[in-house]
Write a protein that binds this ligand. Structure first.
Ligand code: UGA
Length: 454
């Protein structure tokens, strides 16, 4: 099938490259000429394991352009995957979505085209995009006769750092539209994934336990709500384990054991029960805020979702309190933070716990150093205020440090030769912000091991 993808950010690029890999003819359109040139030259502008390889494998089916007129005509499906940044009140800023919908409408031809919202957009946006498309189309003087189009929602569930795996081997595919023909087109588009008929790329092998991928084919509003409800549930699962973790500290229980003990109940499930400094990234914070904002439009409170957000914010402050309890005085102390990205395998710094923890420590007079194996350059570009705190080397971070906090559980840190660094520290306090290090081993190596929770 012929596919156009508008926006080559995380979601758009992964969607476009994966669909091209599956054999569809894909044109990605982005207004950023530099990005388009880079991608056309086979270079991926984002850090995502496997993406360069997939880009190379899919190259024959993939074109990049800045022109809607080249990308949209003839497309069976147009995915709109533009950014929807948060406005000041927490609601998503939809100006890019509007601009994209207007541009798509200008280039539609007589092919039946399904215009798919792939960005995470507020509930009701499908209808809103439909109205924009129809208005913009009606204003055209060169309207092609017989042009037909319909709007659908196809939310994305991929995790950064696992984008290719999550796209090719998803737990489910959700498509929503009030137009049955659109659902049929999307069903056909995703057949290779639904039936798992493609040859898996060598760098992302097919999991042993995957059978046919369930397809949830539903109405527009339900598909839109599924996305928010899924992210909010995952966010509150993490906040729940973190809330229990603080109680575990008080009663003398081991949160890792508690999480294992509850996670083995299949009704609860073991994933997203990893305690620590909490969630960050571009999705959970933004989506929980947007869900609450949408509910507000209906005069409806969402105290559970709000509590998940509050607990998450509190976890960052708790990291600082743990250090203060131990060091008593934070002023003048040197604290090293291992990891700046919001999670491993990405250089994404949005809403990263490390940034808040650094700011809280600086506000209390501590001297802060941050290290990241991948996100250091981006950190310097995007956070010039904190850039002087960057430590390029681990030696520089540990040297004369009063405490080190593991904030992002990069494999490099888990495999570190910890024995080499302990002697560099002024006081060998190690706060494991992710509950991933072996406490006994760290103690044997001479660290005073602390965790966020009991
Ligand atoms: C999340 C969802 O997992 C995806 O399904 C969804 O498609 C995506 O948002 C989105 O809406 O686009 P992502 O933000 O990439 O994906 O990252 P996750 O792997 O979900 O991690 C989010 C945060 O939670 C990270 O900071 C991670 O460190 C933290 N986390 C995760 C925990 O603190 N504990 C856990 O047990 C799991």
């Amino acid at each position: 099938m012929r596919v156009c993808v508008v926006g080559t950010g995380y979601v758009g690029l992964t969607t476009g490259v994966s669909l091209a890999f599956l054999g569809h003819q894909v044109t990605c359109v982005d207004w950023d000429q530099n990005k388009v040139d880079m991608l056309a030259g086979g270079h991926c502008p984002i850090y995502e394991p496997g993406m360069d390889e997939l880009l190379a494998e899919a190259a024959g089916n993939l074109t990049f352009t800045t022109s809607y007129a080249e990308a949209v005509p003839g497309a069976d499906v147009v995915f709109v995957a533009v950014q929807t940044p948060s406005a000041a009140d927490g609601s998503p800023d939809l100006r890019y979505l509007r601009a994209a919908a207007e541009s798509v409408a200008q280039s539609l031809d007589h092919t039946f085209t399904v215009v798919v919202n792939k960005s995470t957009v507020p509930i009701g946006s499908g209808n809103w995009v439909d109205a924009i498309l129809r208005d913009s189309f009606a204003q055209r003087t060169d309207r092609p006769a017989g042009c037909e189009f319909a709007v659908a929602s196809n939310p994305e569930f991929l995790r950064e750092g696992n984008a290719i795996h999550d796209t090719l081997f998803p737990d489910r595919i959700v498509i929503g539209s009030d137009n049955p023909r659109s659902l049929e087109v999307l069903n056909q588009l995703y057949r290779p994934i639904i039936n798992q008929t493609f040859t898996a790329p060598s760098f992302s092998p097919r999991p042993d336990d995957i059978a046919a991928v369930p397809l949830v084919s539903t109405d527009l509003a339900s598909a839109e709500l599924i996305k928010y409800a899924a992210n909010a549930f995952l966010a509150l699962k993490i906040s729940y384990v973190n809330e229990i973790g603080q109680l575990a500290s008080k009663v003398g229980a081991d949160i890792t054991e508690v999480a294992r003990g509850i996670g083995l109940d299949q009704r609860i499930g073991s994933r997203f029960l990893q305690p620590g400094v909490g969630w960050g990234g571009s999705c959970f914070g933004k989506d929980t805020a947007a869900l609450i904002a949408t509910a507000g439009e209906y005069n409806y409170d969402m105290p559970i979702v709000q509590a998940a957000r509050d607990v998450n914010q509190r976890q960052r402050a708790i990291a600082v309190e743990r250090l203060q309890d131990e060091l008593r005085i934070l002023k003048g102390r040197k604290i090293g933070l291992l990891g700046i990205a919001f999670k491993p395998n990405t250089d994404d710094l949005r809403d990263s716990p490390a940034l808040d923890i650094a700011q809280l420590l600086l506000a209390r007079g501590a001297r802060v150093k941050l290290h990241d194996p991948v996100a250091a350059d981006r950190f310097q570009r995007e956070h010039p205020d904190l850039a002087p705190c960057l430590s390029e080397t681990l030696d520089g971070l540990f040297d004369d440090c009063d405490a080190v906090v593991l904030v992002t559980e990069w494999a490099q840190y888990l495999e570190l030769d910890w024995s080499k660094f302990v002697g560099l520290m002024r006081t060998p306090i190690l706060l494991d912000g992710r509950h991933v290090l072996d406490a006994d081993r760290m103690a044997r190596l001479g660290y005073k091991y602390l965790a966020i929770a009991g």
